[in-house]
Design a protein around this ligand. Sequence first.
Ligand code: NAD
Length: 352
Amino acid sequence: MHLFDHPDFDGHEQVVFCADPESGLRAIIAVHDTTLGPSLGGCRMWPYASEAEALRDVLRLSRGMTYKSALAGLPLGGGKSVIIGNPRTDKTGALLRAMGRNVERLGGRYIVAEDSGTGVPDIKTMAQETAHVSGVVEKTTGNGGTRSGDPSPSTAYGVFVGLKAAVRHRLNRTDLEGLTVAIQGVGSVGGHLAHFLRDAGARLWITDINAEQARRVADAVGATAVAPDAIFDLDVDVFAPCALGAVLNDDTIARLTSPVVAGAANNQLAEERHGQALSDRGILYAPDYVINAGGVIDVYYERAGHDHERVMRHVESIADTLTEIFARADAEHRPTAAVADRMARQKVGRAR
Ligand code: NAD
C-alpha cells in the first residue's frame, strides 16, 4: 500500500498510523490541511474489511473537512480519524484512551469529535488523555434548556435552511407548505430534520433500515414510512439523503425524479462524475459538505465559547453559501459540487 501515489492522497500534511497492541487499537489519523486553523474532524469507528479501505476513507474524509470548514467560514483546517473495529463489540475504555493518547501526541494539530461509531461518552473517555476534543460540552438551547455535546441538531438545522435555499432556487418558492420530501435515514440528523420540515408544513415520506426507528419517527411527525429501496422512486420535490455515502450513483440517479437533492449524508456522490449526471437530469444538488456543516459550526463554537444565538446565525449562513454556489453553477454551466470544490480550494489557497 503506497501513500504518496494513492489516488486519494491530496498533499495531506500528515498521516499517522496508530497502534496499541494492549488494547487492540488500530487507527489512522489524517491531517489534511491546517492553513486556516487546527484540523478538526470526527473519529469514525468501523469494521473496515482492510487497512486499504480505512486509509481511503480517512484520506477522503479529512480533505472533505478542509473544504467543509473553509466554506463554512471557520478558522479550522481539515482532519479525520478512523478506528478499525466493530463499534458494538470492539470498543473498550482502554482502546478509546489509547486513541486519546495518539490524538494528544499531535499536540493540537488535530481535534477529535464524534462520528459514525463513536458518541459523546466515547469522546469523553478520550478526553481523559487529551485536551484536543470537541463535541462533549453540555449546551444551552434556544428555549433555555440544555442538551449534550451531540452536534446533530445543529447539523439538521443547517440542512433545513440549506434545503429551503435549494427549493427557493430551483422551485422558486419561499415557503415549504405542502412541499413533498423523502428522507432516507431518520437517525440523529434525519429525525431532527423531519421535525423541522413537519413544523414548516412539508409532507414527508421516510425510510430507515431500522424499521422500529422509521415507525417511531413516522408516528411522531405524521410521515409515511416506505421500504428502504422504495425511497428513490417517489414522486417528490426533494430527496434528502441522511443515511450513508455513495447514495447518488448510476442506479439511483436514473430513478430519482425530484428536482432537488438536499440532505446530511457525507460523500453522497459515488464518483465525481455523478455531480454532472445530476445536473444533466435537471436535479439541483446541494453539495453535501456545504449543507451539512452545521455540526462542525456547532463543535467550533463549543471551543470558542458557546452562544446558542451566534451558533444558529452562523448555521443560517449555509443558505447564503449555497445560494452563491447555485448561482455560479448556473452561470458557468458546471455541476454545483465542482463549483463548491473550487471555491473551497481558492479560499485555502488565498490564505496560504
Ligand atoms: P445515524 O447513525 O444517527 O443515522 C443514520 C440512520 O440511517 C440510521 O437510523 C440508520 O439505520 C439509517 N440507515 C443506514 N443505512 C440505511 C439505508 N441504506 N437506508 C435507509 N436508512 C439507512 O447518523 P447521523 O448522525 O444521523 O448521520 C447521518 C448522515 O449525516 C451520515 O452520513 C453522517 O456522516 C452525516 N453527518 C452527520 C452529522 C452529525 O452531526 N451527526 C454531521 C455531518 C454529516
